[in-house]
Design a protein around this ligand. Structure first.
Ligand code: NAG
Ligand code: NAG
Length: 312
């Protein structure tokens, strides 16, 4: 087939890091054939606007300027000035931008291209920002509703084809570790060790992956957790040492990222036909924080528009 491209996890413009198994092709008339859909789960890194449609605090919504200023020229609900990783992947795979699940009137079979379920602030645990976000379990329920609509609209065989060919992209867990340390001492966090706490996070992530697999999902893409311990808001916590990463979060993120590859290997072993790609987002993000110029950025450590010491 001519012009064959893989759906790839395109993390930053011009940087194709790794390929997922699914393929979107163009035939000789330049029509996309064998279309594979993209279903997106996760937190603020991936939320394309779902939080605008839930009853939550304004700080969980990105419906104000300067969000959206570079690409869309107005806020879209993305927690970014421009496009998000799933937007680049969709473009690269000749898909339209994948719409937020909660955006009204997203009918017209748009969901045959996939749906974005992500929610800024979300975690795998229900205790993370409770009542303020769409947690991973709720995102799963929303996915199951979409799968039912696909069956209803297109019939079982066609729905099954879309679901099994689709790519399921996940970035989740960072908020589970940041929330209990920076925002609240949830009882589940206090009553256990860091090791056991990360087991809870993984237990819940694994349960959701297994459910998506049961519905028919086979191709998965994961990002590990970025250096949120070194994000502007974390760099100012220690007032005496502004600019140093916040160690209690560092430990939890490192623990999570160390376990993730093994968890995925076990899933691959136990679930027949389960395929996955894992991108080391922690490294690619840290690289950009520490060497912004090399990647076309002017600044890696300060936020763009706030008023604090690091404009956080
Ligand atoms: C949580 O508890 C720990 C130790 O008990 C304390 O150091 C920390 O400041 C508390 N964090 C919050 C956000 O209350
Ligand atoms: C999921 O998280 C809850 C806490 O929210 C925990 O009690 C439960 O054990 C976790 N589930 C698994 C399978 O680990």
């Amino acid at each position: 087939m001519e012009n064959s491209r893989s759906i790839s996890i395109l993390f930053f413009v011009h940087t194709i890091v790794l390929s997922i198994v699914s393929i979107n092709c163009k035939d000789n008339n330049n029509l996309v054939t064998n279309q594979a859909a993209l279903f997106v789960f996760g937190d603020s890194l991936f939320d394309a606007g779902n939080n605008n449609y839930i009853d939550t605090f304004s700080r969980f919504k990105s419906n104000v300027w300067p969000y959206g200023q570079t690409t869309f020229k107005s806020p879209t609900g993305r927690i970014s000035d421009g496009r998000l990783i799933p937007d680049f992947i969709a473009e690269y795979a000749w898909l339209p931008l994948i719409l937020p699940n909660l955006q009204p009137n997203n009918g017209n079979n748009q969901f045959t291209f996939g749906v974005n379920f992500a929610s800024g602030g979300a975690g795998a645990l229900v205790e993370t920002f409770p009542g303020m976000v769409i947690n991973l379990g709720a995102q799963l329920n929303n996915f199951k509703n979409i799968a039912n609509s696909l069956r209803f609209e297109l019939g079982d065989a066609e729905a099954k084809k879309i679901i099994s060919r689709a790519v399921y992209l996940f970035h989740i867990g960072g908020n589970d570790y940041v929330y209990p340390i920076l925002f609240a001492n949830s009882s589940i966090f206090q009553s256990t060790t860091k090791e056991k706490f990360s087991d809870f996070v993984f237990g819940n992530i694994t349960a959701v992956i297994e459910e998506v697999y049961k519905v028919g999902g086979r191709k998965f893409g994961f990002l590990n957790i970025g250096a949120y311990d070194c994000a502007p808001a974390s760099l100012i916590i220690d007032r005496a040492k502004i600019g140093s990463c916040f160690k209690p979060i560092t430990d939890l993120i490192n623990l999570h990222n160390k376990k993730l590859p093994n968890v995925l290997k076990l899933l691959e072993r136990d679930l027949s036909g389960f395929k996955y790609a894992l991108h080391d987002y922690h490294t690619s993000l840290s690289e950009r924080i520490n060497n912004p110029l090399k990647y076309g950025f002017k600044e890696g450590k300060k936020a763009c528009c706030g008023s604090g010491a690091l404009r956080e």
